[in-house]
Design a protein around this ligand. Structure first.
Ligand code: FRU
Length: 741
């Protein structure tokens, strides 16, 4: 890579942005470029391209470390999301060797000859760690970083500019830095240009001065220590230590001044002790650590469960983010719902196992976190079983223990276990892990007791090299020692059949207990039906799905429910913007297998316990007057002559087209065949989602949706004649599952 010094254009009345100009350059058409220049007399100053990273090496730029390699990248590197927004073929991309590789790339000295330096930048947004610095007289005088600090985000490079006019005529160097390991530990840069006309390229806002390792000490006086959060603020890494030992470490979007909400950390186990709390970086003006508060109960809880976007029929955590349901189990007369939980943020991260219990699958009570991240990593998804025969030896006083089986997603990523005898406190097994890493992408163990072979079976998702998605089956006599029994292949990448979060269970076909089939499900709700001998699953039908909605993911069924009930809860990716909590768990549904004209299929019904939420009698006969926020609707339609049915529930539109036998839910189409000539529908409407069960439960359409607060009406409209609506319709107002009336 050589320095490019190029004549370019800044025309008086037909302004052409330097970026467009650079495209001309990068299409290696200097000759045409030259013609353009000569054809338009240059009045303003010329743009100087410092470098466009189009060569096979970095030329006179110098590297240290390994992250930058020997020369520019040509787009994304192995394991990276697609990289966009760079120009031409080449760019700086320090993802070489992944996020953990570090290094620097430094320019030779050059003279600042224009008012602005413009560039394209993307990747990690860590000040000082994934950034580009302008150095004058040995001092960093300008700096810029990418936009990303949390999971997700984008690898897109965006234009940015520094105003450097005060350094005119001075010698400078550029240093592109990647000193960060872990998530977003890389930087992408391209097309560095000096210009007097930056067009609309935004000037980089200089970061506020920061302090590192900001420390606060306090004595634990109450159960909870509250951290101020502002969703969208820069995430900080907070470490809490007791007696010099780090006991908690998490990422948190700390509010520097006024808290938008308070994230509680349970510190009761260190009562009376001194805690040292360190934030990795804070603006020098930040009041975040001074504002930490202690109390025995949640702060700002007057409105708890009454928040405008708190779903009233569905479980969501008091504070923070939830994704997958975990460890669903019936133990000591209670249903346990563990769930992926970020207690300190509105977005995914810091995976804990949150915990709630219910006597009836309808009313949930949240408890303290069950599993905290530890040296083995964050606590990813898994399952729970009751060890009736105390095969694990974890049981005490003749009581069968509850055993949790989870993924510890550190490096290596392993499977571990924890146990409990009270269903409230959980002890990790001292000899964890129980299954060592098979590949970095192995996770989400689901365990059950296989009575015919009298052993435990563990079903594990394993992404093997080449992005092959597989399900590994293990056997164990005691939940501690596991032996690989078989592997079922579930497709390659892009065809994520049998993907993460597998579940595996046996169901009676058409309720006939002497005719059972095994069902293997995946996070995306595709499933296979087949036979299982305790070691190997033999699919007979595969790539099936009954879920046709939006954002339903990672569902799991309860273990150890009496009466052969197979009840499933899934994660609904329904956001609650502006709240101190985010996402929720779907209504529990009972799963069954039914013979249909297409073969055996899963069908589901919202559990019968939900009847407890009905607030008064059926209102179908007076729909014109009906007004309710939370609604259950049941309909059974024989279409007759009708060409279309439409239900409108608080603005959620559910239409049925008898001709195509499709249900159209807020514009989203799903096949919904008539069953015995009828369309049987059940709908539940809540504050951030609604769930539709069509075709007598063969089609399930959950949809995130925030109804308008003042639209409380329900209407039914039949087109094409007939009095079909009168056939069977029930409409109920529901009450909150959280708040007693
Ligand atoms: C699915 C998933 C799991 C993983 C968990 C982490 O949503 O990616 O595979 O265990 O979420 O939160």
């Amino acid at each position: 890579m050589q320095w490019h010094r190029t004549r370019t254009l800044s025309l008086d009345n037909a302004r052409v942005r330097h970026t467009q100009w650079s495209i001309v350059l990068k299409s290696s058409l200097p000759f045409i470029a030259f013609v353009i220049i000569t054809a338009n007399s240059i009045r303003a100053s010329e743009t100087i391209v410092i470098t466009d990273f189009e060569g096979t090496d970095y030329g006179t730029w110098k590297t240290t470390g390994t992250a930058f390699g020997k020369g520019p990248a040509q787009g994304k590197l192995g394991g990276q999301m697609p990289v966009e927004g760079f120009q031409g073929q080449g760019l700086v991309n320090s993802f070489l060797g992944g996020d953990d590789a570090v290094g620097t790339l430094t320019s030779p000295t050059f003279k600042i000859e224009r008012k602005f330096i413009t560039f394209l930048i993307g990747g990690g947004g860590w000040a000082d760690e994934t950034c580009m610095n302008l150095i004058v007289d040995g001092k960093v005088v300008r700096t810029a970083a990418g936009p990303n600090t949390i999971s997700g985000g984008s690898e897109r490079l965006e234009p940015a500019a520094w105003d450097v006019h005060e350094f005119a005529g001075r010698e400078a160097t550029l240093a592109i830095v990647d000193q960060r390991q872990g998530s977003w530990g890389h930087i992408n840069v391209d097309q560095i240009v000096m210009t007097d006309d930056r067009g609309s390229v935004p000037i980089v806002v200089p970061p506020a001065p920061v302090a590192r390792n900001v420390t606060r000490e306090l004595t634990v006086e109450k159960k909870l220590l509250h951290f101020p959060v502002k969703t969208g603020a820069k995430p900080r890494v907070v470490t809490v230590s007791v007696d010099g030992k780090a006991v908690r470490r998490f990422d948190i979007e700390l509010a520097d001044d006024n808290a938008q909400w308070w994230a509680p950390l349970d510190v009761s186990e260190w009562a009376g002790k001194k805690l040292t709390i360190v934030a990795d970086v804070l603006p020098v003006t930040s009041k975040a650590l001074d504002s930490l508060r202690q109390s025995d109960t949640l702060l700002d809880a007057e409105n708890l469960y009454r928040e405008t976007l708190r779903s009233q029929l569905h479980f969501s955590p008091k504070r923070g983010w939830t994704n997958d349901p975990n460890g669903l189990v019936y133990y000591n007369g209670e249903y346990h719902l563990f769930y992926q939980h970020n207690p300190y943020g509105w977005n995914w991260g810091n995976m804990h196992w949150g915990h709630a219990t219910s006597p009836d699958l309808v009313h949930w009570q949240e408890h303290s976190e069950a599993l905290y991240p530890d040296e083995q990593g964050p606590m990813f998804s898994g399952s729970a079983v009751v060890d009736w025969n105390n095969t694990s030896g974890f049981g005490k006083d003749g009581k069968p223990p509850l055993v949790l089986i989870y993924t510890a997603a550190g490096n290596p990523t392993v499977q571990s276990i924890a146990s409990s005898s009270d269903g409230r406190t959980f002890k990790k097994y001292a000899q964890n892990p129980v299954i060592k890493e098979i590949s970095g992408g192995n996770r989400d163990p689901k365990v059950f007791w296989h009575e015919p072979t009298k052993q435990w079976v563990l079903v594990l998702y394993v992404e093997t090299p080449g992005k092959q998605h597989t399900i590994h089956f293990f056997n164990s006599p005691n939940l501690r020692d596991w032996k690989l029994a078989s592997v079922t292949k579930g497709g390659i990448d892009g065809d994520k059949y049998l993907f993460e979060c597998p579940d595996f269970f046996e169901l009676a076909v058409d309720g006939n207990l002497s005719r059972k089939k095994w069902v293997l499900t995946a996070a995306n709700s595709q499933y296979a039906i087949g036979t299982f001998d305790g070691a190997t699953f033999t699919p007979e039908l595969s790539r099936l799905t009954d879920v046709r909605g939006i954002g339903f993911y990672a569902a799991q069924t309860f273990s150890d429910i009496p009466d052969h009930r197979r009840i499933q809860i899934g994660w609904s990716q329904a956001p609650s913007p502006g709240m101190s909590f985010n996402q929720l768990q779907t209504l529990p549904c009972e799963l069954m297998l039914r013979t249909t004209p297409d073969g055996v299929r899963l069908r589901r019904e919202p559990v019968k316990e939900l009847v407890a939420l009905r607030d008064g009698p059926d209102q179908a006969s007076s729909l014109e007057k009906f007004r309710a926020e939370l609604i259950e609707l049941r309909a059974e339609i024989e279409p007759g002559q009708a060409t279309k049915f439409e239900f409108n529930l608080r603005g959620a539109k559910i239409a049925y087209d008898p001709k195509t036998q499709e249900i159209i839910v807020n514009g989203h189409r799903a096949p919904a065949p008539l069953v015995n000539g009828k369309q049987k529908l059940t709908v539940f409407v809540d504050r951030t989602m609604f769930e539709v069960f069509a075709s007598d439960g063969l089609t399930y359409v959950p949809i995130p949706f925030i109804p308008k607060p003042d639209d409380l009406s329900v209407s039914v409209n039949v087109q094409g004649g007939g009095d079909a609506t009168k056939q069977f319709l029930q409409v109920y107002q529901l009450k909150s599952s959280w708040i007693e009336k």
